[in-house]
Ligand binder design. Sequence first.
Ligand code: FAD
Length: 380
Amino acid sequence: MTGARARILHPYSAQGPLCRASESHEAAIDLDTHQIPDTFPRAEVTSLVEKKLDVLVIGAGPTGLACGIEAQRAGFNALVVDKGCLVNSLFNYPANMTFFTTPELLEIGDLPFSTAHQKPTREEALEYYRKVAEHYRLPVAQYQRVETVTGADGRFQITTADNLGRICDYNARKLVVATGYYDLANQLGVAGEDLPKVFHYYREPHPYFDCDVVVVGGKNSAAISSLDLWRHGARVTLVHRGPKMHHHVKYWILPDIENRIKNGEIKAYFNSGVESIEPESVVLDTAEGPVRLKNDFVFALIGYHPDYDFLRAMGIELSSEQCRPVCDPETLESNVGGIYVAGVIVAGSRTNEIFIENGRFHGKLIAEDLKRKLGAGAGR
Ligand SMILES: Cc1cc2nc3c(=O)[nH]c(=O)nc-3n(C[C@H](O)[C@H](O)[C@H](O)COP(=O)(O)OP(=O)(O)OC[C@H]3O[C@@H](n4cnc5c(N)ncnc54)[C@H](O)[C@@H]3O)c2cc1C
């Protein structure tokens, strides 16, 4: 696995395929040396620009990478595009997190993921997926958000914008959408939710030492964050609308959070919600009536959801109940010919049904269908 470089397209070298040269090169030129700073060998960039894409994959999460790899292994030229970095969602997970899953169940591209521990850390997973992308020399255009998709099966046009607002246009015969769910947090929908002390993502405990923190939610994220905050000196109040911690909380986490609550080390309000958030307090709606708590920070960890509007804008129909994209379960081709859906978005709002463990197999399903529809790509 050494030596190879992933073809990571860096926006500041702006060498995306079919990129509008005038817009991109201007920003990339070093004014002192008049050189265009590339972050990787120019020869590789050039060859990519000249190719027409068979497949463009939106999203460089574990699933998107698996889709790109399997398409490439089937002989198709594929490009993976992400609005953030490689495995951007995992990068944004709590800094010190450990996966629930043992490493072999996170593997893609048939490459082994080994760790000295029973379960890998976020850092180990980031390293693993970097190595996988390198090993397969997978072209990944980072920091390019897909803004529009037009055209039809066999001739899609995809437009991206990078962090500096520069536009890139791509043409692809087929499209795979693997955009995940972690970018859009479910909202409490209460007054004060837009205050700067309210977060929908938890990173690390240190800033909350000796502070009054409310954690809203009853699943794994809320349980793990509450414990981590409490262990690092925060005064934690957990608020959950259910009568007890949710049954999805992992069996090794549940006794820990329940015992902290039983001992009064973490205060919990069940059958309760947040009524409003104010700069120095929160008001809870509890079974015993309204309760006002002194408060410094709020973590609303009540889940995330796919970008349904993005899917609809491409013409993908969503089921009325759970917003599942309409697709053939055997091939994952959506109701829009030539557009495949992959990863957690396939489950719509039921984001706990598909995760890395099972979403990683979507790449092979899609590659099989690509072979049927485009003909075997091998040997290109
Ligand atoms: C704290 C936490 C712990 C977890 N632990 C586990 C575990 O132990 N085991 C497990 O199997 N699962 C776990 N999961 C769930 C798992 O991480 C997700 O199910 C998985 O990441 C989904 O993979 P994906 O490739 O479908 O989506 P993602 O990993 O979310 O990737 C989607 C990518 O699409 C990109 N994107 C979105 N919109 C655009 C756009 N318009 N243009 C370009 N790019 C775009 C995003 O930047 C992102 O990189 C955990 C989740 C969380 C939150």
